[in-house]
Every structure is written in structure tokens, then in C-alpha cells.
Design a protein around this ligand. Structure first.
Ligand code: ATP
Ligand code: MG
Length: 235
């Protein structure tokens, strides 16, 4: 089949995982592939997963060219609205059906905000109704770190002390390790609020480490957060 050939040509890895996620009804995979499918009206009543995946391959091929990348593309995972693909060693192409997410990413272009990944390009994929975002690839947390960060995401930042985080997370990590994660998180949190980055979608699927710093990516929603680094206490 023509489009599947294109897909193989690009050597997209983990295609089986895409099929599995689609079967499982994962939101992001359904949203992206559904949008591509609807836009092309290729299935005309019958399910056409193979064709849709083929179109996805076509889109990625065009994106890799547009972004000036020559490396292989590997499917990482899907979330609620999108699908993430690793390109080369250190970049991610995020496909999203969410215009708001694309607009925020566009706004981030060229800005070097500490503790945020760099954004390099945002395009709308003409004819397919999806947006593509090129950004840095962060290293995702290991399960121990994730447990600790997960706990803090649900806490008020002022409560994030070693003692409290240790108690609430029940983490088996040593104090020094927990302390480092707490410090890294607070540093990131302060930088984000200072730069008025929305924390609405701050969760462990949208965080990781980059160059030794904890970073946030996939920002969504408007920033209603006060810059806590500037809060003055009345005397
Ligand atoms: N810039 C990135 N660096 C490293 N991993 C990433 C990056 N972007 C996405 N990923 C990985 O791909 C997965 C899927 O990303 P996606 O944004 O589609 O979903 P999510 O973050 O899990 O959920 P949500 O839809 O709430 O953002 C993430 O869980 C993460 O593991
Ligand atoms: Mg995400």
C-alpha cells in the first residue's frame, strides 16, 4: 500500500504501539488519527486504520523535511489530545489537535525561559487539521522520582518541605535524594511563575530533566498564577 510504504521509508519505529493505543482508545491517538481520517474522508463508512496510519507517516515525513531533520522518527506515547514522536537524540515532534496548546507553543518560540524546554517551530499541517510542535526532548522521570514529584504537584508549594513530601509520598529514597527532587521542583516552580507560564497542565507526563534542570513542557491554559518570587509580606 502506497502510504504504508511511505511510513516504512521513514523508518518510524514502534508502529505496533500506535495500533495498540488506537485499539485501547487512548485519547491522543484517537484525536490525531480521527482528525486525519475525518479530514481526508478516506474511510467512507468502513474503518481504515491502515490508511490513516499511512497518512500519519506522510505527515511525519513532510514535517521532518520541514524541520530540517534527517533522523528516524519513533513513536513515544499519546496523552489526552496528542501524540509524541522522538526525532534523533534530543527532539520531539508533538502532534496535537488542540489549537490552544499550539498557540501557547507558538508564543514560546525563541524565548529562553528557564526550566522550560526550548520550542523551535510550530506548524499547522495543511489539509489534515493537526498542529505540529518541535521542541527539546526531556529525560522523563524514573518511577521513584515520579512518585515524589506527583506528590508535590498535588501540594501547595509552601508545604513542599523535605519532611512533608517524604511523609506524604512514602518514598523509599534517601533524604538527600528526596531533598534534591524537592529543591529541583521548587526552582522550576519559581521560574515558571516568575515568567508567567501557566501551571494548569503541570503533571509528571509534562515534566522531566534537561541539562540537569527540572523542566516543564506542553503548557496549556492561561496563566493566572502570581509571581511568587515577588510576593511581599505586609509588615
Ligand atoms: N518534550 C518531550 N520530552 C520528552 N518526552 C515527551 C515530550 N513530549 C512528550 N513526551 C512523552 O510523550 C508522552 C505523550 O505526550 P502527550 O503530551 O501526548 O501526553 P501526556 O503529556 O501524557 O498527557 P497530556 O495530554 O495531558 O499532555 C508523555 O507522557 C511523555 O512521556
Ligand atoms: Mg503532554
Amino acid at each position: 500500500m502506497k502510504y504504508l510504504l511511505l511510513f516504512e521509508e521513514l523508518k518510524i519505529k514502534k508502529t505496533k504501539k500506535i495500533f495498540r493505543h488506537l485499539d485501547d482508545g487512548k485519547g491522543g491517538a484517537e484525536a490525531i488519527l480521527g482528525t486525519i481520517d475525518d479530514t481526508n474522508d478516506i474511510t467512507a463508512g468502513e474503518g481504515g486504520t491502515d490508511d490513516t496510519i499511512g497518512f500519519l507517516g506522510d505527515i511525519l515525513k513532510r514535517l521532518v523535511k520541514r524541520f530540517g531533520l534527517k533522523t528516524k522518527v519513533k513513536y513515544i506515547d499519546s496523552g489526552s489530545f496528542g501524540m509524541a514522536f522522538g526525532v534523533g537524540d534530543n527532539k520531539v515532534i508533538k502532534l496535537t489537535s488542540n489549537k490552544g496548546e499550539a498557540m501557547i507553543a507558538k508564543d514560546m518560540l525563541g524565548k529562553k525561559i528557564p526550566h522550560c524546554v526550548n520550542y523551535y517551530d510550530v506548524v499547522v499541517v495543511k489539509g489534515y487539521g493537526v498542529y505540529a510542535i518541535l521542541m527539546d526532548r526531556a529525560e522523563m522521570f524514573d518511577s521513584d522520582t515520579e512518585e515524589v514529584v506527583d506528590t508535590m504537584v498535588d501540594m501547595n508549594i509552601s508545604q513542599c518541605t523535605l519532611k512533608e513530601v517524604k511523609k506524604r509520598s512514602g518514598s523509599d529514597l534517601g533524604d538527600n535524594k528526596i531533598k534534591k527532587i524537592v529543591d529541583d521542583y521548587i526552582k522550576m516552580y519559581k521560574a515558571l511563575t516568575k515568567n508567567k507560564v501557566s501551571l494548569q497542565d503541570l503533571h509528571t507526563g509534562n515534566m522531566g530533566y534537561l541539562d540537569g534542570k527540572m523542566v516543564h513542557f506542553d503548557m496549556m491554559g492561561s496563566s493566572s498564577y502570581r509571581d511568587i518570587s515577588k510576593i511581599k509580606v505586609k509588615k
